[in-house]
Design a protein around this ligand. Sequence first.
Ligand code: EPU
Length: 427
Amino acid sequence: MEKYIINGGIPLHGEVEISGAKNAAVAILPATILAAGKCVIENLPAISDVMVSLQILSELGARVRLINKNTYEIDTTYLSCTEVPNELSRQMRASYYFLGALLGRFGNAQVAMPGGCNLGPRPIDQHLKAFTALGAEDSVEYGMINVHSDSLKGVHIFFDTVSVGATMNAMLSAVLAEGQTVLENVAKEPHVVDLANCLNMMGAEIRGAGTDVIRIRGVKSMHGCEYSIIPDQIEAGSYMVAAAVTGGDVTVRNVIPKHLEPITAKLRLAGCEVEEFDESVRVRRTGDLHPLKIKTMPHPGFPTDLQPLFAVMLCLAKGTSIITEGIWENRFRYADELAHMGANIQVDGQVAVIEGVDSLQAAPLRASDLRAGAALVVAALGAKGTSEVDETSHIERGYENIVEKFQALGADIKRVDKPVLNVNQAM
Ligand code: EPU
């Protein structure tokens, strides 16, 4: 067990390199199953969700070879097992992508109900709706989701809600189905487009990813490819906010500035200077922070995954901010921790009202989920004094080398082992 110790109050300066996108990687790795060949996937973030995905592939019978820290060769030619081990699938939300990929290739998949961050109810009815529309039968037995089909057939699917996971799972299960599939009311996130691009490199025929309608012409077989994952817009946004919170000057490199537009726009409204270059953005804050009204929405709206980080920044703004969470029922679990730091944040259902304070104070903090954890790290970096952030395994599910990257920006942060409590001593 590890925790971070952070001496805050130091403005961050310098450059930080952004890793590959977690939410693209966790779908692209299962997608290699459909290739039934050798894929080389580059720019994989070195995070625990990626490690779990690689371990699942390996347990299913793929040959997984490390080329370098961020590049793996995955050969799924002889992969034949269709049951994802329970203890692995429960470690992350994205294990549901193995359902779509295994169903697409073998007509069969068994995956335990997925784990991941606790953000309130996280149904998968739209994923199952897509599988059954394509001709599969599904059942849930003893916590395992089973999907089966003798032959998948292209179909027209209109999603009841815009879902990243259901859109990507429908793509995975439809690329090898017979005939054309049309997906309407789909998610348009950059990782949806990235998965479509990767599948097309494997021989799929997908058009329209990034718009409301995706058209898939089923192909008979697919093949291996080399593919480099896009940069992580949420990781990038997290460092941009950290620059704002600490009153620093940070250049965030290896990004696609277009993907960051909803973030850039809000930072500018909050009084930060944001300069865009071809593959980097520079964020500076010299004056006061202004309050904002934010509502999280599917892309290209403001991303829910940055909501906790912006909340930290708004705790330090001059005036009253309002954040409305439009995607998840329970994404303000960090608010109590911020209150321990002296923040004035009131949560009522899906709405948080934040009255800015002059400064935050150091405190012992507990990460309740991935983005809440990152937000608390940023809050601690902005607070004078020594904070400790506990349960950091949540954070390392999604942020590669977060401690080292902040250290390189001048932060005083270190990762330490938490002593295991010896029960006899404690008594
Ligand atoms: N929904 C349904 N039925 C479904 C699927 C979703 O009602 O079958 C609802 C959800 O309850 C939610 C909304 O639709 O209210 C959107 O959910 P979505 O399916 O888009 O979320 P997800 O695919 O489970 C991914 C990311 C999340 C990110 C959301 C929204 C992955 C592995 N996770 O989740 O990322 O918040 O999209 O952008 O891609 C994170 O990275 O910290 C994280 C939580």
